[in-house]
Structures are given as structure tokens and as C-alpha cells.
Write a protein that binds this ligand. Sequence first.
Ligand code: SF4
Length: 571
Amino acid sequence: MLRAKGPLLTVDVGERTATETTIDDHLEACVGGRAVATALAHDRIPFEADPFGPENRLYLSTGPLQQSKMSFTGRMNMTGLSPLTDGLVSTNAGGYLSRNFVDTGISALEIVGESDELLAVHVTDGVDESHSSGGETASRPRVEFETVPELEGATVPETSDYIEERHGLGPEHCVVVGPAGENQVRFASVMTYDHRAFGRGGLGAVLGSKNVKCVTFEGESAPSVEIPNPPEMNVHSEAAQSEDLMRRQGTTGNTEMINEAFSLPTRYFAEYEFEHADAIGGDAVEEKKYKKGACSACAYACKLPTRDEETGLETEGPEFETVYAFGSLQGVGDIVDVMKSNDLCDTLGMDTISAGVTVAAYLASEDEFGNADLAHDVTERIARREGIGDLLAEGVERCHDELGVDSYAVKGLELAAHDGRVLNGQGLSYAVANRGGDHMYESRVMSAEYGGRIDPEGTLGKVEALVEGENEAAFRDTGIVCAFGSGYVTDERLEALFDADREDLLEIGARTVELERHFNNRRGFDREDDRLPYELPNLEAAISEYYEARGWNDDGTVPSSAIESVATADD
Ligand code: SF4
């Protein structure tokens, strides 16, 4: 089977040490990406760890396909213990980081400890080509620690500018936290390429708690991984020639369809459709798009660099989930207002879904739906934990009582759009997902419910598709293949690429889901946490069906005998 290559690099930012460990056993069993990071996190983060403590560990990892030039592979995985859900979370970002990460020669980076000063961490391949001669290679430090007190409170682009000026490395070489990460906003993101986010679960707050402002990656030592490339596998040219609406409008191309399906939560979940959806949906975003945007090697190029000529505002997006969280959910029907919210979140380093839902909860409590100026002001305050922002920075689950509104979160993670009250299978998916209220934990059931292949009403009889969808998503996050590429990097092509049966690939995904669940069980999660903020027909019976299909206990725990111990790497 195709696998990522290269050691794990552990960086202890408290001790300022770097250690390489061979993790061939992990790569053998888990391929790369999310599966390897989850196995490492399961074995190496103490079950009782404080998400903000030095004992929490943050993983960045690639799969084998990041060595290829194939479309839909310009992505990376990040895993850690979430300060928002209090469980293990993996999140995935595009951009141009993955190739620069691979060029350092490692398959995974682990960050542990806590620095007493704000740091930039520079990771290289340890080879200094500029001083090499006569076949001899000179060495340079694998990892350098730079204290950067001048970056305290700096935004994401300000930090990128600093790195570019001082080190000549563009934002495609960096992961960065903004003020939100430094201030441990529980839904802070880790940003790369300025606008691409490791968004869900607050891992930016984890990096911030370690006092790390940014990490850079640079080298020319990618391990060689032979990717099969049979002539019939025309992923790149098919992506380049595709006429999918998504290529022009990104994820916002679905806004109208979702609104018509009554699945676009509006005015903090009081309504199911938004009368101004057209004004903030795909056509409105396309009108503001001024050039193509992509991730590395991806000819599909579905990203959305946008500009408003009147105000001069430039950003990337909003994507659909931001249109929901800062648009319909807040009663805001002006695309430039949503673009501004999107840009604030990117600049300050926050997940747009969690931030948008939390701001919407605040607008609901103040009876201020539609007040975009207030939304922008509060968004900035959250990142800096000023005034009301300090409360809202805790996320909706922790602040809703004080606001006097309901909490629309699952396991602490603010709900994505795709209303589970209408798409009942998607509701079940939110309820049991280890990550909580996220639409990317699996999307097979949701797509089938939108497309009419599964009746959206009812929760029973959907478990088979749900389990397969979760396993598939976990494997694609392992490979790593973009979730938007499934029509091109098809199941058959995945089998050919990995030289493995689909069942074997799904098994790796299943094991990943199970390790997440086991880790969370050991932190006290059980059936009581598989809860929705609303009622659905037969939900309890459907949850039991789900546990049975997974071979778990009826209290939502994984039998200890089911946990295969993946070989533990030495510290
Ligand atoms: S399909 Fe879009 S999000 Fe996915 S890798 Fe390509 S450009 Fe990036």
C-alpha cells in the first residue's frame, strides 16, 4: 500500500529541543495524514491532559499523495486535543503548505511543551545546499527557535509580512496564529497562506497556549514516494476541463439549493430559510471574484479571491459556511458585510463557523439581527478578549446561559449549516461525530439527503451509509485527498493509487474513528455526549443502531479489546 515516508519530528518548545523518531510502524499501519496523527495523539497525549497545558501535543501531518502533482492533493492534516470540544480533533487545510512541509523530509511534526517567550519556529531539511560542494552536503539546524516579542498581538498578514521580510519565506511556507490564538479564544484557527484555515476545534488556541506565533517549513529533501500514474488516470486534465459550478463559485454555488431545501439556518436557528440568500450566495460571490484561486497542484481551482471595488476590501471567500454563519444566521443580507466578517476572521485567526454562530447568539440576545457593524465590532472584540468578547471567546456552549439563548453546538462545537432538523440523517451524523457539530466529519448522508437518494425525514436505516461516510472521510483525510475531489479521485482510482481494496482503505478510516472515540471515552465522553440541541424522531434508537454497526457498547464507549495498540514510538 502507498504510504507517506519520513520521520516524526518532535519539537519541545519549552525545552527548545528537536528529536527525530522513526515511525515506520505507524506509517505501515496508518498510511499518513489524519490516521497517523490520531494514532500518535492517542498514544502520546495523556488522557487527562489540559488542552491549554504543555502536555497537549499538536500534530501536522501529510499523506503520500502530497508527493504527487495530482489535483485535489494540496492539503494537510492537523490533530490535537481541542479546547472547544475537550476531545481529539483533526482539521484539514488547503493552500500551498503541504509541498513545503514534505520538502523538509518529515512525514509528521509534533509540537509539545510551552515556551516562556513568544516564538517563531523554523523547520528545515537540515541540509544547506548553499554551502555544499564536491558531493559533500553541509548541514544547517533542523529546527531554529526565534524569539519574536515584536509579533505579540500581530495579525496573520502582519506575521506573514515579518517572516517574508526577515526570512524570505512567503505565506505558503508558514502556519500562523493571529491575536485570537495568542488570547486562547477557544475557536481560534491556525492559518496558512493567510486565508486558509485549520479551522474547526480551536487548535490555534493550542498553538497560542504554547506561545508559538508561527512555524515555517523549508527544504529540498522530499522523500521519494512512487505514485502510480496510469495513463487512464486523467485527474488533472479532467479537473482543468470541468465545468462544475463549483469552479466558479466554490462552495457558495449550493446556497440557493440549500435555502430551497429549508436547510439554511437563519436568525440564530429561529428560521430555516433566508429571504436574502440570493444577495449573499454564489452569484453575489462570483461577482466579487477577481481572479482564480487554488491549492498547490490543483487544476480544479475552486477558491475565491474576492474584491469589492467600492470599499477596496480584498479577501478570499466567503465560502458557503461563512455565508451561513455571518450571513443568514445573523440576518445579514449584504455580501460586502459578509466579506468583511470573513476577512476579520482570517486576519485575526478564527474559525468562521464557530465565530459566526457565537456572534449570531450575541445578536439574538441583543435583538440586533442584521446589524453588521455590531457583528464586526464584536468579532474583533472576541479575538482580543475585550469586554463582551471575553465571554464570547469561550464559544456558544460555554456562554449561552449568560446570553439567555439556547446553545446550538454538539460536543461544544458550533453547528455547521445543513440543518439537522430538516436533514435528519445529517442531524444523526452531528450527534455521533467525535468532532461534534461539523459537516465534514462525513458528508455522504447529507449529499444523499439533498439529492433525494435518502429520504431526509427520519433517522433510522441510515447508519450503514453514515458509518461508510465517516470511514471514507477519515481515509481521504489520511491520503490526503480534498473532500471536493471525490468525483475525480473516485473510489476506483483511490484503490489504484493505494494498490489496495476499498475495504482495506475504509478499515484504516474505521480504526481512526475508533481511536478518536476511545481517547474521548477515556476523557469521560459517552452516550450522554452524543446529543443534539433539538429532538429528532427515533434518535436514541438510531444512535444504538450506530453503536451496534461500529461494534461499540450501548453506552457509546469502545470495548477496550477493540483497541489495537499501534506500535508506540519512543520519545
Ligand atoms: S478542489 Fe478546491 S479546495 Fe480542494 S484542493 Fe482543489 S482548489 Fe483546493
